[in-house]
Design a protein around this ligand. Sequence first.
Ligand SMILES: NC(=O)c1ccc[n+]([C@@H]2O[C@H](COP(=O)([O-])OP(=O)(O)OC[C@H]3O[C@@H](n4cnc5c(N)ncnc54)[C@H](OP(=O)(O)O)[C@@H]3O)[C@@H](O)[C@H]2O)c1
Length: 299
Amino acid sequence: MIEDIVKRFDPLPVKSKLIIFGGGFSGQHLASACKALGNKVLCSRRQEKSKGADFIFDSKNEELSKKILEDATHVLSCIPPSAEGKDPLLQKVKSQLLNAKNLKWIGYLSTTGVYGDSQGAWVNEKTTPKPKQPRSIRRLSCEKEWLETGLPLQILRLPGIYGPGRSAFESLLIGKNKMIDKPSQVFSRIHVDDIAGAILFLIDLASQGNRQTIINVADNLPTNNMEVLSYAATLVGKTLPKIEPFESASKSMSPIALSFWQENRRVSNELLCNELGYNLIHPDFRFGMKDCFKQLKMN
Ligand SMILES: NC(=O)c1ccc[n+]([C@@H]2O[C@H](COP(=O)([O-])OP(=O)(O)OC[C@H]3O[C@@H](n4cnc5c(N)ncnc54)[C@H](OP(=O)(O)O)[C@@H]3O)[C@@H](O)[C@H]2O)c1
């Protein structure tokens, strides 16, 4: 919950101006947290009528007004790669970013998909990326583009993002959940509160001279999906469908869904949580699902 973030973290320094490109699920959440902390934040969306659109930015259309990045101290990009594997923000705004005189920190939300398939082994920031899926190959190429800018950059590699409105509850409530059994398959995940929390934590640390260029932001417990669904079903009082072996379930999966099941890795948060000292708001899916449930009941 935004309240949890506000309780734990200090606002950005006075006179900070945070610009978030791509105010979707994670971007919007960080914007709300920063606004609740009293910071100046502007968030982009592609369409004027979208929720939380403080300004419009679509890399396929107009140029960005120079005023947006004027006086910006912090920037976060949540925009995924283009179909050609180029970074949409850099394509349009690179020179403005390079000329932004007050810019102290820039964050780029990437994915742990860049590690590829580790067959269930732990991966950390020192693991050589071996992306297999075309979207992860495109992502790694965007990370490189960002690194080459020389900007004060932090790349946050994220596993599956969940939170209120985007969790196992939504599929359970519409009866679309599937109990797919693929022995030893796990997925790493992160609650959206911890994306916002980690960003505030990392910005503060960077201001003290400690800025890791690449950092995994994941919770403590990579888990099988059936465990998460079973836990959610218990909380919400729903019965689960029969368990279906992966071999049969995979026949009706979309190519994108199938691609997620073709990779198995445990994402380590050692650097963020043990070395740097970030305390997760939701250390594992049980804490996170309880939070989603609380907010489900409130709506
Ligand atoms: N979802 C996951 O489980 C997951 C896991 C790992 C990493 N990631 C990555 O982490 C980032 C944040 O994830 P999320 O789920 O919070 O993202 P999201 O909700 O899908 O939001 C993406 C944002 O990017 C904007 N956008 C997309 N293409 C654009 C373009 N060409 N020009 C300008 N804006 C554009 C969207 O604009 P509109 O608001 O107008 O739609 C949206 O605000 C994304 O890059 C995502 O790929 C996601």
